[in-house]
Design a binder for this molecule. Structure first.
Ligand SMILES: [Zn+2]
Length: 140
């Protein structure tokens, strides 16, 4: 026996197990005449399902994104932590961490970093050309 939804003129909707050929039952609220709500239209809040479902899906989608994002970030952090530990053990893996003080001209291919000897400069003349940010005027 199928369940049908009935609607009364008073606005009440109710479901009832009803034989296919049975007449619509009277309204349990006011006793008035009811009519069968076409199946698939009003059944069990079918009309509201659209908005109801969307509301339920939105937070799920949002949560899904958030968790995915958090996982992604956590993954990155884990990678970073691993890398940091690895570099702590094997500093040579970290590469040159010194600030680059020159990267033009002859240093284009191999940037000059703080502490590097200045290649091809000829350091025999002792004018104190060091990593000093404000080197003295050339003495030659
Ligand atoms: Zn009624």
């Amino acid at each position: 026996m199928p369940i049908y939804e009935f609607k009364c003129g008073c606005g009440l909707r109710f479901e009832r197990l009803t034989p296919l050929d049975a007449a619509a039952p009277g309204c349990p609220e006011c006793g008035g005449e009811t009519r069968k709500v076409p199946s698939g239209v009003g059944l069990a809040g079918g009309g509201r399902a659209g908005t109801g479902l969307a509301k339920e899906q939105m937070p799920q989608t949002w949560r899904g994104t958030y968790e995915g994002n958090r996982e992604y970030v956590t993954g990155l952090r884990r990678q970073w932590d691993r890398r940091q530990k690895l570099e702590a053990k094997h500093p040579e893996l970290a590469g040159d961490q010194r600030p680059i003080i020159a990267h033009e001209g002859r240093y284009h291919g191999a940037p000059l970093r703080a502490g590097d000897p200045v290649l091809g400069h000829g350091h025999g003349h002792g004018h104190g050309h060091t990593t000093d940010p404000t080197p003295p005027a050339p003495s030659d």
